[in-house]
Design a protein around this ligand. Structure first.
Ligand SMILES: Cc1cc2nc3c(=O)[nH]c(=O)nc-3n(C[C@H](O)[C@H](O)[C@H](O)COP(=O)(O)O)c2cc1C
Length: 357
């Protein structure tokens, strides 16, 4: 297949269109991933939030729903990172995505198994480092993107990274339609990656009560970055829970984190002594690094309450600013079909302009 929408990304990933559905914790499940792939895009399964012992079954679930290639996301700091690595290699998954973390040896191990290594970065220096470590493709995420995010907008980060690295670059952060795809290709990107837009589809597992809250978010300035939840900048729709956490004094926030950490500790099988030690260290509060590690326990509990349990008031709603532009839910097939149609129309209009010159 050829044409302006067939890029090197399509060859590397084995997809029809250069449109990637990014991994989103608890959201990018087997159904969403497979629906993206069946529609001609490339989906990443959110492997970083799959419980230990269940990775193989999740990969098999995607395989049962599509015969198209797909990818798996992971973090080196998740407790079952090795389980994910072994599963993607054994199953010959087409690509992996990750943030900072895997070293050159781990990346070599994946590449030797024929897996495309495709990290996401939010800053120029991280893109350069990722390529040095062996990345085949780099996804840049501009600051307007959802989830943990950087401070540099897509329109600045994308050309900076394109100028600095020789591997294909995929643009993420703020994309939702065919205009964005053509703009990214015009910059020189090999394709686009979208999180929020895929979260807001009828193939997404997010309950309708929560999706309605995403649909109601019409002011992009109220889809804001907060460091109050786990100490790192992350973009959320401003809701009751986010306001409550932001207004909490630090000791109260740490006490809340300690409660979540205790629950985590129980799930992880920590005995009473281990948990007492954990509590003591939280209460002494003299270790900044440890403090933010404990605060990290807030995120999974509160995000799951929002996007899994369907409570948009007491849970958190990670989102890109682009949610403010999205006013309806479509299936992945309708979404990707519409993006391709609009992109082709924009390219034809540009060609007509240049022919008139
Ligand atoms: C609900 C949600 C959960 C996310 N979870 C993850 C994750 O687990 N791992 C990850 O690398 N990125 C995660 N992200 C970031 C996305 O993969 C993606 O890079 C980002 O959404 C792109 O910006 P956009 O939302 O403007 O399309 C998440 C984003 C959202 C909206």
């Amino acid at each position: 297949m050829s044409g302006p929408l067939h890029t090197i990304l399509c060859d590397l990933l084995g997809c029809r269109y250069p449109i990637v559905q990014t991994a989103m914790g608890w959201v990018a499940d087997a159904k969403l991933t497979a629906a993206t792939c069946n529609a001609g895009g490339f989906g990443f399964l959110a492997g970083a939030t799959i419980e230990p012992g269940k990775v193989e079954a999740a990969i098999a679930d995607v395989r049962a729903r599509t015969d198209r290639p797909f990818g798996v996301n992971f973090h080196m700091f998740q407790p079952n990172a090795e389980e994910v690595l072994e599963a993607v290699i054994r199953n010959r998954v087409r690509a992996v995505s990750y943030g900072r973390g895997p070293d050159a040896r781990t990346i070599r191990r994946l590449k030797d198994a024929g897996i495309v290594c495709m990290p996401t970065v939010g800053a120029l220096k991280h893109a350069v480092k990722a390529v040095e470590l062996g990345a085949d493709v780099v996804t840049i995420q501009g600051g307007e993107g959802g989830g943990h995010t950087g401070a540099v907008p897509t329109t600045v980060l994308l050309p900076q990274v394109l100028d600095a690295v020789k591997v294909p670059v995929v643009a993420a952060g703020g994309f939702a339609d065919g205009r964005g795809l053509v703009a990214a290709l015009a910059f020189g990107a090999a394709g686009i990656a979208m999180g929020t837009r895929f979260l807001m589809t009828t193939d997404s597992p997010v309950p309708r009560s929560t999706l309605d809250r995403y649909l109601k978010a019409k002011d992009a300035s109220q889809i804001k970055v907060s460091t109050a939840v786990d100490g790192l900048p992350q973009r959320f729709i401003e809701n009751e829970e986010l306001k409550r956490i932001e207004e909490m004094a630090l000791p109260a926030r740490l006490a809340m984190s300690a409660r979540y950490a205790r629950r985590w500790g129980k799930e992880a099988g920590l005995g009473p002594v281990g948990m007492a030690r954990l509590a003591l260290r939280v209460m002494s509060g003299d270790d900044g690094g440890f403090r933010s590690t404990v605060m990290a326990a807030n995120l999974p509990m509160l995000v799951q309450r929002g996007v899994v349990a369907g409570d948009p008031v007491h849970g958190l709603l990670p989102s890109g600013q682009v949610a403010a532009r999205i006013d309806r839910l479509e299936s992945c097939a309708e979404l990707i079909g519409g993006i391709v149609e609009e992109a082709r129309a924009r390219i034809a209009a540009l060609s007509a302009l240049s022919a008139a010159d």
